[in-house]
Design a protein around this ligand. Structure first.
Ligand SMILES: Nc1nc2c(c(=O)[nH]1)N[C@H]1C(S)=C(S)[C@@H](COP(=O)(O)O)O[C@H]1N2
Ligand SMILES: [Mo]
Length: 406
């Protein structure tokens, strides 16, 4: 009888408060059991996301936007995808948060508080495009393991912080420096404190770019918890995995950083093209650097209906990793012919660019609008799929929407 009285009275009363009504048979709830009503918190409320966002995984949390949700010129928090490799750190205290610069090629090991970073270094604000290396993975065949992102693992928010370059120069580094690697506060899914969920980085040249930030604000406010509060590395134009959230340490390495998800086949593609399904040895896989040219039609939604004789005004964004998008076109005949869109200059380097077009259709019926961007080196998006790769990265195929003219 003793053993059946599983739950303590005090615990029961707090559960009752949380559930908002009497828990009939509450005294029989096994110890350490969490009633369903308190499990699986609504992820949209939890992360301030719009209900139209799509949850791909809850352990860890991964969530993507749909194309039409990315219509804003600067992506608001509610439409920003979340990609976590581990568990979001808990009980963050920004007042005691520090960033340490260290590593084989660091002149000094130096630790800064957030307040020191903010007061010691000049502040910069940039719009920066962050796209997950696996965005578009769901279209590859044979399929690749991992989150089946469609088109929505991309964002362009406005980030404010100090330049990584200024901090690295303040700490000092030797001529042995080739790479930086980040170490962050998130927790491995196994909860093993010895393991890091992810620890990636970038060559010194990228680390020292003007736009590579240690950011403490997103869209003019403190960075939301899911996106790296209170301090985040932001390296626009590269796979977003380089932009370490919750960053606590930056190592200045004398070799290519070999942290978690830097080695093996992670965030790598075959150095030269392979046939779909082909096995590729790790040593024949190369680290992804600048992301490829890509675009997204954010208005209207696929499935738009318009009246015959009416023009359709489309809009969206285009980006090209480290490069600029130099031209933007659309096709209504499955890629046989292409017409120009109007494309704006980026707000700053590494920000996505906005395009518009006003489209006439020759007669009633079903159409698809395909959009194609070309970068400043003359490389265009592939119409259907780019080269297959084992991990399903870098799908920059033309985005398409269906339109009916009635
Ligand atoms: N510390 C830490 N940083 C991280 C990650 C992570 O799991 N932990 N995920 C990376 C990956 S793979 C991506 S695509 C981006 C996603 O950024 P977001 O969730 O702010 O959109 O964060 C990167 N930075
Ligand atoms: Mo990613």
């Amino acid at each position: 009888m003793e053993r059946r009285n599983f739950i303590k009275k005090t615990a029961l009363s707090s559960l009752t408060v949380a559930v908002g009504t009497e828990i009939v048979f509450g005294s029989l709830i096994p110890e350490d059991y969490q009633p369903l009503a308190l499990q699986d918190p609504d992820p949209f409320t939890l992360f301030n996301k719009d209900k139209e966002m799509v949850v791909l995984n809850d352990k860890p949390w991964n969530m993507e936007a749909r194309a039409h949700l990315l219509d804003d010129k600067v992506t608001p928090e509610k439409y920003m995808f979340i990609r976590n490799n581990g568990l979001i750190p808990e009980n963050i205290d920004a007042a005691s948060w520090t960033l340490t610069i260290e590593g084989e090629a660091a002149q000094n090991i130096k630790t800064y508080t957030l307040a020191e970073l903010k007061s010691k270094f000049k502040t910069y604000t940039y719009q920066l495009t962050l796209e997950c290396g696996g965005n578009g993975r769901s279209e590859f065949d044979p399929p690749a393991k991992g989150n089946q992102w469609t088109v929505g693992a991309v964002s362009c928010a406005e980030w404010t912080g100090v330049r990584l370059k200024d901090v690295l120069e303040d700490a000092g580094y030797t001529d042995k420096a080739v790479y930086i690697g980040y170490h962050a506060a998130d927790v491995h899914l196994s909860r093993d404190p010895e393991k890091e969920p992810i620890s990636r980085g970038a060559p010194m040249a990228k680390a020292l770019q003007d736009e590579t930030l240690l950011a403490y604000k997103m869209n003019g406010k403190e960075i939301p918890l899911a996106h790296g509060y209170p301090l985040r590395l932001v390296a626009g134009g590269w796979p977003a995995s380089v932009s370490g959230k919750w960053v606590q340490r930056i190592s200045i390495r004398d070799r290519v950083h070999d942290g978690t998800k830097m080695t093996g086949d992670a965030y790598r593609v075959p150095c030269s093209p392979v046939a779909p399904g082909e096995k590729v040895k790790d040593e024949d896989m190369c680290i992804i650097e600048s992301m490829p040219v890509k675009s997204l039609i954010t208005y209207p939604m696929s499935g738009a209906m318009i009246k015959s004789g009416q023009k359709l005004n489309i809009r969206g964004h285009a980006w090209a990793g480290e490069l600029e998008v130099s031209s933007m076109e659309y096709s209504i005949d499955f890629g046989s012919t292409w017409q120009n869109c109007k494309i704006d200059k980026p707000q700053n380097r590494l920000a996505w660019q906005h395009f518009t077009a006003s489209i006439s259709f020759p007669k009633k019926g079903y159409y698809e609008v395909w959009a194609r961007a070309t970068d400043s080196r003359g490389t265009s998006q592939p119409m259907l799929l780019p080269g297959w790769n084992p991990k399903g990265y870098l799908n920059n195929a033309c985005h398409r929407i269906a339109v009916k003219v009635t």
